[in-house]
Design a protein around this ligand. Structure first.
Ligand code: ZN
Length: 85
């Protein structure tokens, strides 16, 4: 009976390990990271779409925004600040 439990644990462990290895191969993770970097985000200040890797991220009052440049980021930050004031 004790042997059966050990065998069951080994089998469960094997499948979990297999699933873990299968679900996150390094290549797949790299591809996902690339997809995120290529994702288009909209600049809320001027409405232009930019690839995320080229965008300027800025967290304004707890929300993350992406801008085409630091100029738009600053303009938008000022706009939000004046709206909240
Ligand atoms: Zn812009």
């Amino acid at each position: 009976m004790r042997n059966l439990i050990i065998i069951a644990l080994v089998v469960i462990g094997y499948f979990q390990l297999k699933r873990l290895l299968w679900e996150s191969p390094p290549l797949k993770r790299e591809k996902r990271a690339k997809e995120v970097a290529d994702e288009m985000v909209q600049d809320p200040a001027c409405g232009v779409y930019v690839p995320m890797r080229n965008a300027v991220p800025r967290t304004i009052s707890g929300h993350e925004f992406f801008f085409c440049g630091s100029r738009c980021a600053e303009d938008y930050e000022r706009k939000i600040a004046s709206r909240n004031a």
